[in-house]
Design a binder for this molecule. Structure first.
Ligand SMILES: C[S@@+](CC[C@H](N)C(=O)[O-])C[C@H]1O[C@@H](n2cnc3c(N)ncnc32)[C@H](O)[C@@H]1O
Length: 307
């Protein structure tokens, strides 16, 4: 645990923040936390009520700081996700509330959201080249979790009409709470992508369908304790031997809901790129089926256009 060190002149008996952060960094590194210093600073900022803490500009430390900080660092040492401890996750331009029981949004999904946002923005700006361009973009985010993609589209594409669908009641509640807090208009529905009548009122009327579904196969249990022990199984495992049962259901919904010329984008694991392209191609409903890489150059999503 981080240890208090002798006072610096002028700190009036309070522990030195830099030394506490250095101690916490060593503790977290020893526990195998991937970004120990970043996490140590984030937890100090959380304990101080300063979200983006710059150590040199830290406010005076309250008397109980060292004990509260030590408790947070201990939980992180035991590999509770940083976002569960701070209660927030940054996603694109939004700070989203995060709760245990709902998948923590990941940076790679920001690239998936980007494709959906670009397609929706092109429609709203009237720059889409397909026939019969609508003036507003109808966007559906399936398996929305706590809503990062849907909320980002609503935030970045003001003309978009966004519907988010999620199976878990915890995810539905969290997406609604995030939308309310951020003042973003997103229709949030409890629903199952395997339901053949899901969103039937939007058949053939959707411009952009985006999804980050569960896709991990049953025999690929994640190594990181933050994921394995804290993300819900419903959010991780996609079903079937290859983990692609739920993603295939998402593809079926996309075939039904997208209008001709509409854009489909779905995240998958790096090793699933070819298999997912085959699945999407096999529907016969899409053209320009291709794989797009994330910012680390890994093949992480399929993108296609509805015929
Ligand atoms: C990998 S998480 C992604 C959540 C969110 N899209 C994100 O990027 O942070 C997958 C989500 O799909 C939901 N889910 C799993 N099976 C589903 C189904 N059959 N229908 C709808 N949602 C489902 C899970 O509860 C989970 O929230």
């Amino acid at each position: 645990m981080p240890e208090a060190v002798p006072d610096r002149p002028g700190t009036r008996g309070l522990p030195d923040l830099r030394a506490l952060v250095a101690g916490a960094t060593a503790v977290l590194a020893e526990a195998g936390v991937p970004s120990p210093r970043v996490d140590a600073i984030a937890l100090a900022g959380h304990a101080l009520g300063v979200p983006n803490l710059v150590l040199a500009m830290a406010p005076p430390l309250p008397p109980d700081f060292a004990a509260r900080y030590a408790a947070l660092v201990e939980r992180r040492r035991l590999r509770e996700p940083l976002q569960h401890l701070t209660g927030t996750a940054a996603f694109r331009h939004l700070d989203l509330t995060v709760r245990p029981g709902v998948f923590v949004p990941r940076p790679e999904t920001e690239t998936v959201a980007q494709v959906a946002i670009d397609a929706a923005q092109a429609l709203v700006a009237g720059t889409d080249s397909s026939a019969g361009v609508p003036s507003a973009a109808v966007v559906v985010d399936l398996c929305t979790g706590g809503g990062p993609i849907a909320l980002s589209v609503a935030h970045e594409v003001p003309g978009a009409q966004v519907t988010a669908v999620e199976l878990s009641p915890e995810g539905v509640a969290l997406t609604r709470a995030n939308a309310d807090r951020l003042g973003l208009a997103v229709r949030v529905l409890a629903g199952d992508v395997r339901d053949a009548s899901l969103l039937a009122e939007l058949d053939g009327a959707v411009d952009v369908l985006v999804s980050n579904p569960p896709y991990i196969p049953p025999d690929a249990v994640p190594i990181d304790p933050e994921v394995r022990d804290h993300d819900p199984d419903l959010a991780l495992y996609g079903g079937g031997a290859d983990g692609l049962e739920v993603p295939r259901a998402v593809v079926r919904v996309a075939v039904r809901l997208l209008r001709p010329g509409g854009t489909f984008v779905m995240e998958h694991a790096q090793v699933q790129a070819a298999a997912v392209r085959v699945d999407v191609d096999a529907t016969g409903a899409f053209t320009d089926v291709h794989t797009v890489a994330d910012l680390t150059d890994r093949d992480r999503m399929v993108v296609a256009t509805r015929r």
